[in-house]
Each structure stands twice: as C-alpha cells, then as structure tokens.
Design a protein around this ligand. Structure first.
Ligand code: CS2
Length: 501
C-alpha cells in the first residue's frame, strides 16, 4: 500500500483538500502539534484555505519528540482526519500543514521561522503545564524547569515563553511587526494569561522589551472544543481501510467541533469562519461554560470512572449510577454560569451528554485524569469558591475533588498501582507518604496543603473541608463503585434531578 504523500492514490469518496496545498505559503507557526491541533485548528484552516485562499498554511513545531515530524514530513504534511459519530464514520484528508520542525537539534530553525515576516500568527496547544506561568500571580513561575533554563540563556530558548519572547525580540530588531499569539489550551482567559506570562518573561530579561510586547502584541483569547482521543494502531488501520493509503499521522475525532475567538489579528488571519468559527468580543463566558461544564465534568468522571473500572468515557455513560453523577455535575456547573446570549445551557447539556456517550469514540478516562493539578483550578475549584460564597450546593464539586484525591493515592481498589501522570506527582507522593490512606481527613488535609493549588477560600472553609472529607471517606472505606452508588442514593429528591428520588 502506498504511503499518503499526494492525493492521487486516495480512494474515491474521501474528502480531499479543496485547494492545491503546494500553491499556498505558510503564515502560521503552531507550537504543540498533537492530535488536538490536527483535529481542530488545522481542520478549520483547511476549510479557510478552500474558501478564501491565502498563504495561511501551518508550520507545525514539535517541542518534545520527533515522532510527529517523522510521520508527517514524508507525507508532505498530509494526514487523514477520521470523524466517528454514532451514525457512521467518514474520512477527509487535511492539507493545511506544510511541514513539521522539531527541537531535537536545537531551536534556531524554529526561531528563524517564527521571526520570518511570512509568519503572522503563532498558535499553541502545548497543554496547561508547559507554560510555566504562576496563574495566581500572573507572572513567570521561576521554579518551572523551562523558565529557569531559558532565563539563563534567553537567546537559545527551549520553552514556550522563551521561544515567543526571543522570536518577538528578533522581529523587533529587524523592524518586522509582531505576530499575533493565539493560545488554544484549556486555560481560563487563555490569551490574557499568556500575555501576562510572556510580558513577565520579557521583563525579566529586558524591561523595555516587556513594555514593547505589552503595547504591541495581540493575544486573542479562544475557546476550543473537539473531543479527540489519542490515536491508536486501530486509528491507523481505519485510515488505511478508508483511504487506501498508509498514513502514519491519522487522527480520529468526533463530528462536533467548536471554536470561539476574539477577533484581534493585526496582521490578518485565515477565514476560519468557513469552518464554523465564531468571532466575539469577549470569549470569557464561553470559556467558562466549556471549562466548567465539559472539562469539569470530564475531570470528575475521569477520576471516578478510572477508579471504578470504566476505561472509556462512553463506559461511564453506560454505568447508570455514574451517569447520574455526570448529569448532576453538568447541572451544577451550569448553575454557576451567568446567562449567555444565544446559548441554552439545557441544550448544551444534552449535547454534551450525547457527545460523552458517543459509542464510536474510545476516549480514555486515564487520558483525561492526567495533569489534575493543572486542571482542577479552572474546572472545579473556581466554581466551588463562587458557590461557597453564595451558600450554594458545593457537594458535586466536593465529590469531584474527593475523587481526584482518591486517584492521588495511586492504587486501584484491588491494590494495583498506576502512575498519576501529573507535574506534581513526586510532591503528591511525598505529601501522602506518611499518611494513613484510610483516613479521609488526613489524606484531604495533606492534599489541601499542596502549595498553590487550593485557594484559601476552600482550604480554610470548614464547610468545604467537611464536604470533601465526607465524599472521600466513602471512597476510602469501600470501593469507588460503592462510593458512587452511595453518592447517588444520598442525592436529595428535591435536587431537580430527573428520577432523583
Ligand atoms: C479533556 C479535554 O483531557 C482533558 O482534560 O477534558 O482534552 C477535552 O476532551 C477537550 O477540551 C474537548 O474539547
């Protein structure tokens, strides 16, 4: 079977790029070329190129590893995007990525491309933990390894903030206007946060550069959404079957996709509307909705699901008791939001329930469980603080946080161990080392002491602590499965849950 490298051998019926990829230059450098970018922004850019043309292809950058480059470069950046819905599967070939650079031999080539006049946007999906921003102080986190290393040698950066600052410095020096920085990670007010981090990093090496960046560089915020599991051998086999070509870079995703963006691109942007992107003046309420309803519920179901034997999100939705807690969490998260024009949270809830239940998507709970300390603040802790302040019902959030704490113990109910896969894993293990793991107050107490994670409004609140300990003690006394059933039994008939009696 021929490797996908051109479009000639692709089976009839597969949707091809509706533009000639080679005829378009690049205008975007994307840092973090994972599955999500290829299922989301690259697909929107493919639609935009087809609809409105322009030199907007994407130069992808893999900051860690060379596997993506080895998969995509021999394919001229082409790959299969498989959409799997409840009613069927379809495949399209994406032509918006031109080539992939890696940091394996240093970042000089990456910096040159970022600093080149043709680059007008630098976008990012590097995951929450890669930035090295202290989110409470909105400054660089000097204890982050990439920040520390890049401050010591700012002309040869390896980390995200270091690369952006050095590329902007090179452009300023050459009299080239700055690119727009587009953060596409699941962080609250991601553009403003990244701006604070970049300016803080620049300030630390050259205050004048920091000032110039603050005044001249645009960092629109975005809300990005598409559930995209990590690709597996099965994904690649499906791509071969559908396209008739060998494809080492195929990705599978759900049919749903959403992108809300602040329209602030001084050097222009692709016509992303063609793929359905929405441009608004303030993304924050959309981000909050998605982070609290989709991602917050995801985190709850990931910890509770992983520990009760649900490998995939779809298994959670097929487990009646846990599915009830999913419904409860969605409702509780929606109740923390201000109304949003044009959005019905009931419809959004139904849509999420359907998406989570998609039988064709094998999205692992263990994948979502990763990096909990980076995810909890915006997904679960912030809404809990707001609810506590209003005397609201914190129970769903306390249950979710307790499930994360139970997960932090690193062993299943049968005693078998797993890696937490969290940047604070070593710290968490140290904190829990001498603690009696049957004692909910002791476990919760130790984890509430993790530096920088829990806001004081929670760690100092007896109401919050009691609610977490109550949920956690059920999880420690029995199995996670039994704790879930107890939680459902304790749900009050008055909680408006369908069938909650
Ligand atoms: C998930 C997200 O892994 C996770 O933490 O909650 O990756 C989620 O699937 C995406 O944000 C969906 O857009």
């Amino acid at each position: 079977m021929k490797r996908l490298a051109g479009l000639d051998h692709v089976k009839a019926g597969v949707r091809l790029p509706a533009f000639a990829p080679d005829e378009h230059g690049s205008g975007i450098v994307h840092l973090g070329l994972g599955a999500f970018h290829r299922a989301h922004q690259a697909a929107y850019t493919d639609n935009a190129l087809a609809a409105a043309g322009g030199d907007w292809r994407i130069v992808g950058v893999s900051l860690r590893g060379t596997a993506t480059a080895a998969a995509l470069n021999p394919q001229n950046g082409l790959y299969t995007l498989i959409e799997r819905g409840a009613t069927g599967t379809s495949a399209r070939i994406i032509g918006s990525i031109s080539r992939v650079l890696t940091a394996a031999q240093g970042t000089t080539g990456i910096l040159e491309t970022m600093a080149d006049r043709s680059t007008r946007i630098v976008s990012l999906t590097v995951t929450e933990k890669a930035y090295g921003i202290d989110r409470a102080k909105r400054t660089i986190d000097r204890s982050h390894p990439a920040i520390d290393a890049d401050l010591a040698d700012p002309r040869h950066p390896a980390g995200v903030l270091g690369l952006i600052v050095e590329a902007l410095r090179l452009r300023r020096q050459a009299g080239i206007p700055p690119f727009t920085v587009l953060c596409c990670d699941n962080l609250p007010e991601n553009g403003a946060l990244l701006r604070a981090g970049v300016v803080s990093f620049a300030d630390a090496i050259d205050a004048e550069l920091g000032l110039w960046i603050g005044q001249n560089v645009s960092f629109p915020s975005t809300m990005v959404d598409r559930i995209t599991p990590a690709a597996t051998e099965e994904t690649l086999a499906e791509a071969r079957r559908l396209t008739g070509c060998e494809d080492h870079a195929a990705i599978e995703t759900e049919p749903f996709s959403q992108w809300v963006i602040e329209d602030d691109f001084p050097l222009g942007r692709p016509h992303w509307e063609a793929g359905g992107a929405i441009f608004v003046s303030d993304v924050a309420p959309y981000e909050r909705m998605k982070l609290r309803m989709l991602n917050g519920t995801h985190s709850m179901l990931a910890y509770a699901g992983f520990l009760s034997g649900c490998t995939h999100v779809r298994d959670v939705m097929a487990a009646p008791a846990l599915a009830r807690l999913v419904a409860r969490h969605l409702q509780a998260a929606a109740a923390t939001l201000e109304p949003l024009a044009g959005i019905d949270f009931g419809d959004y809830t139904r849509q999420l329930t359907e998406r989570f239940s998609n039988p064709a998507i094998a999205h692992e709970t263990y994948q979502i469980a990763m990096d909990g300390t980076e995810k909890l603040p915006q997904r679960l802790l912030k809404p809990a603080v707001e609810l506590l302040d209003k005397d609201g019902d914190i129970r769903p959030f306390a249950f979710a946080v307790a499930a994360w704490m139970r997960y932090c113990l690193g062993r299943r109910d049968d005693g078998s161990a797993y890696a937490l896969r969290d940047p604070l894993e070593a710290r968490i293990r140290n904190l829990l080392a001498g603690v009696d793991d049957k004692d909910a107050a002791a476990v919760a107490g130790a984890l509430h002491a993790l530096p920088g994670l829990f806001p004081q409004e929670l760690s100092r609140s007896q109401t919050w602590r009691r609610a977490v300990e109550r949920a956690l003690s059920a999880m420690l006394e029995t199995t996670m499965g039994e704790a879930i059933r107890r939680e459902v039994r304790a749900m009050e008939p008055s909680s408006n849950m369908p069938g909650a009696e």
